[in-house]
Design a protein around this ligand. Structure first.
Ligand SMILES: NC(=O)c1ccc[n+]([C@@H]2O[C@H](COP(=O)([O-])OP(=O)(O)OC[C@H]3O[C@@H](n4cnc5c(N)ncnc54)[C@H](O)[C@@H]3O)[C@@H](O)[C@H]2O)c1
Ligand SMILES: O=c1ccn([C@@H]2O[C@H](COP(=O)(O)OP(=O)(O)O[C@H]3O[C@H](CO)[C@@H](O)[C@H](O)[C@H]3O)[C@@H](O)[C@H]2O)c(=O)[nH]1
Length: 323
């Protein structure tokens, strides 16, 4: 049985939907940002917090957990700057509590959701895993702290991990049953598509004076199902291979500016957006694009979806929502 912490959230629920086809799955989630209806019915669901040692202890006592995938976190770059306490408590302190219970129960395989935000403002155009980490926000720092703690734990204890540094997750599952749903929504792609469906009068572009091709920020958007594939391969490698701990970037390797995302969305939906340019958002680096060569080479991962696929799948899902 595999424990998925944060499995009711956007990326976690997509992973659970696939994983139930090959493993028994138990989800722990406090539903702070996730949705119970997004959790596949084949999975066992426990409502609770990853900082609650009693709940975790009872899960590890009652179920034969082989590995843990940890998606639960607070993950808004801007919010972390104004409320760092929330980020260090949930993303670091509560995660340490989860690791303690795992060690107590001799569960030693861990897959951790990290982020491109650990690189801060990178000095190079294409970021690989050796690019210096220098996070500029409490969110990015909280994730890097956990990465460093995992490295120390695995040196000292019998603990093996795969850290996946996702770039910008986007898109929805092919059947449009689940998708990205946050309240409030802060991510670019859902905001753009919701606007094109009639929500909110305009889209705000946070800064058009960056040192990029059109002045707006460039990001590497990766389809959520490609992220799911990366997790399944990481799990296989921990369960079946040599228990080698590793850290991988997971991105498409192609950057799109905010304006390009909006233009492509307009082309796909046949609708026109109202735009307004405002000041830069605090904590936003100009450009984040991944080299994912390492996970391709070591785990055989390959991204299958480009920006059009991402936007088409997200559009199918958003059109089914009652906005
Ligand atoms: N969305 C992205 O673009 C992106 C990019 C890089 C990294 N990540 C990381 O991936 C992970 C998943 O992101 P997401 O976009 O699916 O976020 P999400 O907010 O949709 O999902 C997080 C889930 O964790 C749950 N949760 C939060 N704190 C909890 C706690 N203390 N106890 C139990 N459950 C708790 C929430 O209820 C939610 O269901 C996060 O760790 C995030 O930092 C996301
Ligand atoms: O209304 C909006 C929303 C976003 N943006 C811009 O769009 C880009 C993407 O922003 P967003 O979708 O909020 O994602 P990021 O801030 O890049 O962060 C995401 O991607 C990171 C990895 O790169 C993860 O660590 C974070 O958890 C995840 O929120 C940024 O330049 C934003 O300034 C706008 O211009 N207007």
């Amino acid at each position: 049985m595999i424990l998925i912490v944060g499995g009711a959230g956007y990326i976690g629920s997509h992973l659970v939907k696939e994983l139930v086809k090959r493993e028994e799955v138990i989800v722990l989630d406090n539903l702070s940002t996730g949705h119970l209806e997004a959790v596949d019915k084949e999975a066992l669901f426990v409502k609770g917090s990853l900082g609650d040692a009693d709940i975790l202890d009872s899960i590890f006592t009652r179920f034969p957990i082989k590995a843990v995938m940890h998606f639960a976190a607070n993950s808004l770059v801007g919010e972390s700057v104004v409320n760092p306490q929330k980020y260090y408590i949930n993303n670091v302190a509560s995660t340490l509590s989860l690791l303690s219970i795992m060690l107590k129960h001799n569960v030693n395989k861990f897959i951790f959701s990290s982020t491109a935000a650990v690189y801060g403002i990178p000095g190079e155009d294409l970021i690989n895993e050796s690019t210096a980490t220098n996070p500029i926000t409490p969110y990015g720092k909280s994730k890097l702290m956990m990465e460093q703690i995992l490295a120390d734990y695995s040196r000292a204890y019998d603990l093996h991990y795969v850290i996946l540094r996702y770039f910008n997750a986007a898109g929805a599952c092919e059947t449009a049953e689940i998708g990205e749903s946050h309240q409030p929504e802060t991510h670019l792609i859902p905001i753009v598509l919701q606007h094109l469906l009639g929500m909110n009068e305009r889209i705000t572009i946070f800064g058009d004076n960056y040192n990029t091709t059109d002045g707006t920020c460039i990001r590497d958007y990766i389809h959520v199902s490609d992220l799911v594939d990366a997790h399944l391969l990481a799990l296989d490698s921990l369960l079946n291979e040599k228990n080698k701990s590793a850290t991988y970037n997971v991105g498409n390797g192609i950057g799109f500016s905010v304006k390009e995302v909006i233009e492509t969305s307009e082309a796909i939906t046949g609708r026109t957006a109202n735009l307004v340019i405002e000041d830069r958002r605090e904590g936003d680096p100009a450009c984040l694009v991944a080299s994912s060569e390492k996970i391709m080479k070591e785990l055989g991962w390959q991204p299958r979806k480009n920006l059009e696929h991402i936007l088409e799948s997200a559009w199918r899902w958003h059109r089914n929502q009652n906005y």
